[in-house]
Design a protein around this ligand. Structure first.
Ligand SMILES: [Zn+2]
Length: 302
């Protein structure tokens, strides 16, 4: 009798602002085991940490590896163009990890991995155009068309750099007024510090004050969410997605704030909702995407 072979699983890695997560993911998108630790961001330490974690976690059933990183990744090749606070731009991470492990490796922007996981829970959107905007330290983005990453010419999905104000703050990209500079977590912190509100004011404090008609809290929430509303309307005017998920650490708060804004034009109704998987989305999507890549299901975009 042939020995029972366990079903194949994918190893998903998600590199966040402060922590790196690695998890074994089933084909259904369940987390079977995981390790979370502080991320080491330097060019020498990060690859070594990644390889050590893969070694620690790897089991015989793991058939592929997916890694989601912040920054700009050329989707088709996994080339890292810039990686935010991670000092690995230009580093051949796909080559390194596949050489060391002998497994197929797929690297994507972290928002893309999170979106893949979210779509896995929303089967009715599998043959649609679905976008994601992540709100955390910065603002990230990704799009899937018919369940496949939509890269455009290679770098599509930089939704944090939709310009929404001519006179806005200077952005890392060199321009001014990108939505990332006005609707990120960093921007919310700056808005709070510009008021008389206590420095430690949290989003739930703002919402509860705003509910009691506190004009300052209402103004902060409006100043934070209105630029995002404009950016989402722009996405609708350009690509008319069937769904825009708002995720990242502040995704739910952003949705709550957006829901208080009046629609500015009937031309661009935004079909947005909060992402539902929270911090787990990145590793789940990375594991699922790695398995899809290994199966050849991404062949048309690879
Ligand atoms: Zn920018």
């Amino acid at each position: 009798m042939p020995a029972h072979k366990p079903p194949e699983t994918g190893l998903g890695v998600d590199v966040g602002g402060t922590r790196i997560r690695i998890a074994r993911i089933s084909r259904e998108g369940e987390i079977l085991s995981r390790i979370i630790e502080p991320v080491q961001a330097s060019r020498d330490e990060f690859p070594a940490q990644l390889l050590r974690l893969i070694e620690q976690m790897r089991g015989p059933e793991d058939a592929a590896i997916g890694v989601g990183i912040p920054g700009r990744v050329l989707g088709q090749t996994g080339e890292i163009v810039s990686a935010g606070y991670l000092d690995i731009a230009g580093f051949d991470l796909v080559g390194l990890v596949s050489r060391k492990t002998g497994l197929p490796v797929r690297i994507e922007n972290d928002a893309m991995m999170a979106l893949i996981a979210e779509l896995n829970c929303r089967s009715k959107f599998r043959d649609k155009l679905v976008m994601m905007v992540t709100v955390g330290t910065g603002v990230g983005g990704a799009a899937l068309q018919d369940g496949r990453p939509w890269y455009g010419g290679g770098h599509a999905g930089q939704f944090g750099h939709i310009v929404v104000a001519d006179d806005g703050p200077r952005c890392n990209c060199g321009r001014t007024g990108c939505v990332e500079t006005l609707s990120s977590g960093t921007a919310l912190r700056r808005l709070i510090l510009q008021t008389e509100l206590p420095e430690e004011t949290r989003t739930e404090d703002l919402f509860s004050l705003a509910e009691k008609s506190d004009a300052v809290a209402q103004a902060v929430l409006r100043a934070w969410s209105q630029p995002m509303q404009r950016a989402l309307e722009t996405l609708v005017s350009v690509a008319d997605p069937d769904l825009i998920l708002v995720g990242g650490g502040l995704g739910r708060d952003m949705v709550q704030a957006l829901n208080t804004l009046e629609t500015r034009s009937p031309w661009f109704p935004v079909p947005f909702e909060a992402a539902s998987l929270g911090d787990d989305a990145g590793v789940i999507g990375a594991g699922l995407h790695a398995l899809a890549h290994k199966d050849g299901r991404l062949a048309e975009t690879a």
